[in-house]
Design a protein around this ligand. Structure first.
Ligand SMILES: Nc1nc2c(ncn2[C@@H]2O[C@H](COP(=O)(O)OP(=O)(O)OP(=O)(O)O)[C@@H](O)[C@H]2O)c(=O)[nH]1
Length: 386
């Protein structure tokens, strides 16, 4: 009975597109399952297909929140997803894999709102960092992506400095110094393919008080970036997670779909056929909406369904020729020249990866590209020509 009343621990897995969040998630799931525990997952994707979900054990309860970002456009869905998972599955832990462009502060606000509806307790933000990507951005100066990565790092209670295989030891030391200057609290773990001691989740679960990412947010020395909004810091952390809450708050956070929003999602709003769209919704709490700031207005998704099997060499040439504006690619493909075998394809910061898979159920061949001001028409033509 006591177990039933215990809040369900909840972790947010953060990190820029392609940094390794799903890689970490699968390790964390294996770790909990090996102890006979039931992990549950909320997976958020900008696009309208969840390909990462193909990598998650089918027995793990998973809720997909697609076509928007839980830090803003589909934030209301997060509360419902958490509430239903807790009520129906009674998991031992919930992992929320945010989109790679989610603003962590606003994601935390979303979780806070959800904790009004379900008995959950926020236990940590684990941010995965793509070493080479951060290094190159830090040397190239500012930019929206760099600032977003900074925010994701600042909010972390644990930082996985991932893809260490792609940088030198000196570069790693340089990165650690940089990261420490942004977040002096979080434990930093160097990893390849997120291979870390998963007891980090146990430690966070049993830690006293609010998780240390909160401390980073409350830090008076916290240096703001152009996108950083102190109002949202306060809003996210006025009260402790998992505690009983005054239900008057719930109504205040309701939002209605269909109204115009006072912030724009830029090109993500483009509803051309085959593309993901961000919902146009408004938060009834206008003060809440006012303090929204969007670090990912510039990000767009292009989803392209393939008519049938394609040639692997042609596809590899397509990938090699992708413009720098494409940050991330994912897909399920059938290669005609490999006996119609099916592959899960990944492209993250210039690295491509193919994994042979046998998808469960009816999974259509699809390529999802995520980037900034991508030449969509050119990409569409190139994909059609495969
Ligand atoms: N070289 C290298 N590749 C890695 C490492 N960790 C993950 N990858 C690869 O990077 C790609 C992206 O990994 P994911 O775990 O899907 O990244 P993600 O953060 O979940 O991506 P999004 O959900 O799209 O934001 C995959 O092809 C991984 O195999 C690493 O340490 N080194």
């Amino acid at each position: 009975m006591e177990h039933m009343n215990k809040p369900v621990p909840l972790f947010v897995l953060s990190g820029f597109l392609g940094s390794g969040k799903t890689t970490l998630l699968t390790r964390a799931i294996d770790y909990y399952k090996a102890q006979g525990k039931l992990p549950a997952v909320i997976m958020n994707e900008l696009g309208d297909v969840n390909l990462d979900g193909l990598l998650v054990d089918v027995q793990v309860p998973m809720t997909e929140i697609l076509s928007g970002c839980i830090c803003c456009s589909v934030r209301g869905d997060l509360g419902t997803a958490i509430m239903n998972l807790v009520a129906e599955q009674r998991p031992d832990v919930i992992f929320i894999e945010s989109t790679g462009v989610a603003n962590p502060i606003e994601t935390l606000e979303g979780v806070t709102e959800a904790s009004l509806l379900a008995r959950v307790e926020m236990k940590g933000v684990v941010t995965v960092v793509d070493c080479r990507h951060l290094l190159e951005l830090s040397r190239g100066g500012a930019g929206k992506t760099f600032r977003l990565m900074q925010d994701q790092i600042r909010c972390a209670s644990v930082l996985l400095l991932n893809k260490t295989d792609l940088v030198t030891q000196d570069e790693l030391a340089e990165l650690e110094r940089l990261i420490r200057s942004w977040n002096e609290y979080a434990e930093i773990v160097r990893t390849v393919k997120c291979e870390a001691d998963m007891r980090l989740f146990d430690e966070a679960e049993h830690a006293e008080g609010p998780f240390s990412g909160m401390a980073a947010l409350h830090d008076d020395d916290h240096v703001c970036t152009g996108d950083c909004d102190h109002a949202s810091h306060g809003g996210a952390h006025d009260h402790e997670h998992g505690e009983a809450h005054d239900h008057e708050h719930v109504g205040a956070h309701d939002h209605e779909h269909g109204e115009t929003n006072d912030h724009e999602h830029g090109e993500a709003h483009d509803h051309a056929h085959g593309e993901a769209h961000m919902h146009s919704d408004a938060h009834a709490d206008s003060a809440h909406a006012d303090r929204h700031h969007h670090t990912h207005d510039h990000v767009m998704v292009y989803t392209h369904y393939l008519a049938g099997p394609i040639d692997s060499e042609k596809f590899e040439r397509f990938i090699a020729g992708l413009p720098a504006s494409v940050y991330r690619g994912k897909g399920v493909l059938t290669f005609a020249d490999t006996g119609n075998s099916r592959f899960l394809f990944q492209y993250a910061y210039r690295e491509a990866d193919f994994m042979k898979i046998t998808p469960q159920g009816d999974v259509q061949d699809v390529v999802v590209l995520i980037g900034e001001h991508m030449p969509k028409e050119q990409l569409r033509k190139a994909l059609e020509a495969l």
